[in-house]
Design a binder for this molecule. Structure first.
Ligand code: 5GP
Ligand code: 5GP
Ligand code: 5GP
Length: 218
């Protein structure tokens, strides 16, 4: 049958800081594969439109199939751990990301390539190292928004978007880093538009100018 593939303009490649997922009121749980490393983990690779909106859940006939990524499983457990509770083996998180986002880029990347592309992007851009090289460490210290953005821009060549969340006491902290990738999934680009979060234009991602990079363990 003829399928009409969903079009999109570029991807946000989004990585999360585990300590900042965990010290919130929602809390977190180790994945069954073990305690994740103190490193950024993949949240997702999200197709987007240049106008800031994004498609989601594009193909209910193409559900996540773990057997299609068996060769990538070890890497997914290491680089794409799920920190939500209760502890899981990651399948729920990966299914969610594939079904909500990945199916919207299936015209370019099939399920195996979607996960491989995200894993390769993470390998090729060592954010933690890039930040450390600029003196920005997960040591509980605070850093200016511009110093974090400038460090990553020097390291990868393009400007990232920084998302903060709130810890249990309501203090904003470094949570996620968004990097834009072209719609082949292979080249980092300048973002055509910065993420606005919801299609409704609300702005849930603000940071203060001084941003704690927390040292808390998962
Ligand atoms: P998104 O926010 O990508 O639409 O959805 C994230 C979903 O994945 C939420 O339902 C969340 O509970 C679940 N999830 C499972 N593990 C994780 C994780 O480690 N980080 C985040 N951000 N969400 C996770
Ligand atoms: P400008 O684009 O003029 O630098 O910033 C416009 C507004 O967006 C300012 O309030 C600035 O603090 C905020 N902003 C700029 N870059 C980021 C970012 O990466 N993350 C967040 N959360 N806010 C940003
Ligand atoms: P939040 O409300 O935490 O910003 O986002 C919740 C979920 O909505 C994200 O995990 C992701 O699945 C989706 N989402 C939020 N912002 C964007 C965006 O700018 N682009 C895309 N494609 N999805 C987004």
């Amino acid at each position: 049958p003829l399928c009409i593939a969903e079009d999109f303009d570029f991807f946000y490649f989004v990585q999360q800081w585990p300590g900042s997922y965990c010290d919130t009121s929602q809390s977190c749980c180790y994945p069954l594969s073990g305690k994740p490393e103190s490193d950024f983990g993949i949240h997702g690779l999200w197709p987007n439109y240049k106008d800031g909106t994004y498609p989601s859940n594009c193909d209910s006939n193409n559900p996540f199939d773990l057997s299609k990524v068996s060769d990538l499983l070890k890497r997914m457990e290491g680089d794409w751990p799920s920190l939500s509770c209760p502890s899981s083996n990651g399948t729920t998180f990966w299914s969610h990301e594939w079904e909500k986002h990945g199916t919207c880029s299936e015209s370019v990347l099939d399920q195996h390539d979607y996960f491989k592309t995200a894993l390769n992007l993470k390998d090729n851009l060592n954010l933690l190292q890039i930040l450390q090289n600029a003196g920005i460490k997960a040591d509980g210290g605070s850093y200016s928004l511009s110093s974090i953005k400038d460090a990553i821009k020097s390291g990868i060549g393009s400007t990232p978007w920084i998302q903060c969340n709130e810890d249990e006491s309501g203090n904003r902290q470094l949570y996620q880093i968004y990097i834009c990738v072209d719609n082949s999934g292979s080249n980092i680009i300048e973002c055509p538009v910065m993420p606005t979060g919801k299609n409704d234009g609300s702005w849930p991602k603000s940071c203060d100018n001084s941003i704690p990079f927390n040292a808390s363990q998962v």
